[in-house]
Design a binder for this molecule. Structure first.
Ligand code: NDP
Length: 446
């Protein structure tokens, strides 16, 4: 499709420079959206030449069909001027602080958006189910829901398809993925990155809101959803919403089934890191957690009784990013065979996406002694970086990767009891040294 235009509000910001422009460059280089008109806007006093240089450097090739407009996006008149510069109905990317995004949406109410306008929003979508609902109401006064793209760049299209392909295009896994055969599911995103100068955002979010409420619940949805009949966006998003509606904190007891911690000073890959509370821009009295863990119940026929443990930590020595399905033990192993104390596990690793299956076979030496072995395979990588995939979905009017309004609200509803229990001091804020494995003394187990 030609004659598309993209307006980036917040063109001088970090997201635009680090992720958005490189993703867009990759999309254009792959031959998508030929002739795209790109408009950048922010309050910074830049001119077209400075912006063009930034765009061309990010893309890795010169790009001239772009201009920069100085605008305060909370003012309707400024927004009108930006919209007037677009050739056709634009996609508007809000690369803005969340509070500014909400004010820009209010200002757009009077800006006469052209039919066909698409809105692209970054997480966080609100800070609670109530604020998410307010934002959603505002957005649907601007454009229909199917033209709203709530971006979750963590789940690239290839990761979504990899999980669906594994589950639903094989006879040998899916029949086992239920409470009869599965003992527990862990979804872990422990990263070796620390705060990396993002205190302004992170200190108000923390691991629960930054990772579990958004990204890890999306993975839970894909792993636990019922089979969709097609990859149609409406169908997939319905199945995702079904399973998230059935999800809640284990026994509705966040004091027992959630955990929080923050890192203290330590050393990570021979780099000394200050404790989180000493990082510039952090207000230690906020008690922001850099590691969060929750146990969830998915109350469906398929999954009732199976704990889903979700965990994410920063500044962890051994970064580990995977979903692990742990199977129940076999009902009876013949007397005489030994070494079968480890359960079978299906592990899906993220970035790069890979698959591993741990199971017990008769080992190389004593044939009575079983050994756990691992079969491994790589999933196909996507052909675009995550933001390239996100933008392709926007330009193709394909909302598959976008978080639907009700799903955004459900994800807040699931974690809200935890936030409330933490605020009420019912769960202690533990500590772990940066570079350590985090909190490992005991698993949160029902
Ligand atoms: P920054 O603070 O780096 O950038 C914000 C941008 O908004 C700047 O270009 C600023 O421009 C502009 N801006 C602020 N107020 C106005 C205004 N009234 N009118 C016009 N422009 C305005 O934030 P980030 O880029 O880091 O984040 C943007 C969004 O992306 C946030 O929602 C964040 O949560 C999300 N996000 C960011 C990630 C990242 O890695 N950075 C990752 C995932 C999500 P100026 O100073 O010129 O006014």
């Amino acid at each position: 499709m030609t004659d598309q235009s993209l307006i980036i509000l917040g063109a001088s910001g970090d997201l635009t420079a680090r992720l958005l422009l490189p993703g867009l460059g990759a999309l254009l280089a792959a031959g998508h959206v030929p002739g795209l008109q790109l408009i950048g806007a922010a309050t910074e006093d830049w001119d077209d030449a400075r912006w063009q240089t930034r765009v061309s450097e990010s893309f890795g090739f010169p790009y001239e069909k772009t201009r920069y407009l100085r605008a305060d996006v909370t003012h309707t008149d400024d927004l009108r001027a930006v919209l007037a510069a677009a050739d056709g109905p634009p996609a508007i990317f809000f690369a803005l602080p969340p509070a500014v995004t909400a004010r820009a949406c209010e200002a757009l109410l009077d800006a006469d958006l052209p039919d066909g306008t698409r809105l692209v929003l970054e997480k966080p979508f609100g800070v609670s189910s109530e604020t998410a609902a307010q934002l959603n109401n505002l957005l649907t006064r601007l454009v229909p829901e199917d033209r709203i793209h709530r971006v979750d760049h963590f789940l690239g299209k290839s990761t979504v398809l990899n999980i669906l392909g594994l589950r639903f295009a094989n006879r040998i896994f899916e029949p086992l993925l239920n409470s009869t055969h599965v003992a527990s599911v862990d979804i872990v995103f422990d990263e070796d990155l620390a705060l990396e100068n993002r205190a302004g955002y992170y200190d108000r979010a923390g691991a629960l809101a930054d990772m579990i409420q958004s990204h890890l619940l999306q993975i839970l949805g894909l792993l636990a959803m019922e089979p969709p009949t097609s990859l149609d966006a409406g169908e997939l998003r319905d199945r995702l919403a079904d399973v998230l509606r059935a999800t809640h904190i284990w026994e509705d007891n966040p004091a027992a089934f959630s955990r929080r911690a923050r890192y203290t000073a330590g050393s990570l890959r021979s780099r000394h890191l200050p404790g989180y509370a000493e990082e510039p821009g952090v207000d230690p009295s906020r008690n922001t957690e850099t590691l969060a863990e929750v146990v969830l119940a998915v109350d469906t026929w398929r999954w009732a009784g199976v704990p889903f443990r979700l965990r994410s930590g920063k500044a962890i020595g051994d970064s580990r990013k995977e979903a692990v399905v742990t199977f129940r033990c076999p009902p009876r192993v013949p007397d005489g065979l030994t070494g079968h104390d480890q359960p079978d596990r299906l592990r899906i690793g993220f970035g790069p996406d890979k698959l591993a299956l741990d199971f017990n076979i008769n080992g190389p030496d004593d044939p009575f002694e079983l050994d756990q072995v691992t079969l491994e395979a790589g999933f196909g990588p996507g052909d675009l970086p995550p933001y390239g995939e996100v933008l392709r979905g926007v330009f193709d009017n394909d909302p598959t990767l976008s978080i639907r309004a009700d799903v955004a609200e459900q994800c807040w509803r699931i974690v809200e009891p935890v936030t409330a229990a933490w605020a009420a001091g019912k769960v202690p804020l533990l500590e772990y040294p940066a570079g350590s494995p985090g909190i490992t003394d005991s698993l949160l187990t029902p």
